[in-house]
Design a protein around this ligand. Structure first.
Ligand code: SF4
Length: 350
């Protein structure tokens, strides 16, 4: 993250950038009032993978589409701790939204000092989400984050008590919004006002992988394997793509299910990961992490063969190595039945 930010106004704020339309609009509303906004994007393998793996191209894209300079900030260690025991529990799956927001606001508060900022803004809209965006929950989050009244939610500020920046006149409350609920009409109108191209308006769906059942199941199994310790980011990263097979409590094997997952897995060149694919035929990219014994490599090769285009063919060879684009070691792939593969499969629904 670049700490050098030019001063254009005597008041500066930190914005929690999420990549969603609401946070983009919140930033635009404050910039319109000549407030300098430091847009911080908290990223983890579960949200913001692009920013985490390739911050330069991510930032260039945000600048090109929205004219916003974004500062990606790795939040992985924080989210690991939060997932392990969230004080406020989980949403539908493994998404600890209330604690996650508190954690991000706490970190934003720390960053106020680093950037000499006077307050924080978010793109939250009251009543938009069931768990964390009810008015009472939003106030509770604020209190627990220790931000007192140094937070503005520009899109719905007029529906909340005036914050310190509004009372002090740093921000003109009259120019802020009174949006509530799940509709997007008013946000779409604002996007047009701020010159955001319709095809650049982010879709409301997608986002955090912790809200997906299959990912949640895999992440849960990783936490169980490591308890009472925490898994490393590299362990959890493997839960965001592919079919997951557990060979023992130290060793997992991941098999991609699509071209897109091939690309996702190929960026995971962490120490300890061994990439594998069946030689000479198109097929899934796989990753072995843990104990790379001959037995595990052969088992992985058999599973890799089973889920590739050469399934059922005997005598195939798998290649493997630490670089997915230069795998040179080879091993013969035994032929397994699907039932045998499923013995090690974490979530047989995928
Ligand atoms: S959906 Fe994910 S990123 Fe968003 S608050 Fe919940 S846990 Fe955090």
């Amino acid at each position: 993250m670049n700490g050098e930010v030019a001063v254009s106004n005597n008041k500066r704020c930190i914005a929690l950038y999420s990549g969603g339309l609401d946070s983009i609009l919140a930033i635009k509303m404050l910039q319109e009032q000549s407030i300098e906004v430091i847009a911080v994007y908290f990223c983890t393998p579960f949200f913001g993978l692009h920013a985490l793996s390739d911050p330069e191209s991510f930032c260039a894209l945000q600048k090109e589409k929205y004219g916003i300079t974004v500062h990606p900030t790795d939040f992985t260690f924080e989210i690991i701790k939060i997932i392990s025991s969230p004080k406020h529990g989980y949403g539908k799956h493994l998404n600890p939204c209330v604690d996650c927001k508190i954690g991000m606001l706490k970190k934003a508060k720390e960053m106020m000092d680093v950037f000499d900022a006077s307050f924080v803004i978010t793109g939250e809209v009251v009543g938009q989400r069931p768990m964390s965006q009810r008015k009472d929950a939003m106030n509770g989050i604020l209190k627990e984050a220790g931000l007192k009244d140094k937070l503005i939610r520009p899109l719905c500020a007029k529906l909340m008590q005036p914050s310190l920046p509004e009372r002090e006149g740093w921000v003109n409350r009259e120019l802020l919004g009174d949006i509530s609920g799940r509709g997007r009409k008013r946000q779409i109108a604002l996007a047009s006002k701020y010159g955001i191209q319709p095809h650049h308006i982010p879709s409301p769906a997608g986002g955090c992988l912790l809200t997906y059942e299959q990912v949640a199941n895999k992440v849960r199994s990783t936490f169980s394997r490591f308890r009472p310790e925490f898994p490393l980011p590299a362990d959890l990263m493997l839960d965001i793509a592919g079919r997951k097979f557990v060979f023992n409590d130290k060793t997992v094997f991941i098999v991609s299910r699509s071209e897109e997952e091939n690309r996702t897995l190929s960026i995971m060149k962490h120490p300890g990961n061994i990439f594998m694919k069946v030689a000479d035929v198109p097929g899934p990219l796989c990753v072995l992490r843990g104990e790379a014994t001959d037995e595990h490599l052969a088992r992985g090769a058999g599973i890799c063969l089973r889920y590739g285009k050469a399934r059922g063919v005997s005598g195939n060879v798998a290649v493997y190595g630490p670089d997915p684009f230069a795998m040179t070691a080879t091993i013969e792939a035994p032929v397994f039945t699907e039932e045998h593969c499923k013995l090690f499969h974490v979530d047989s629904s995928n």
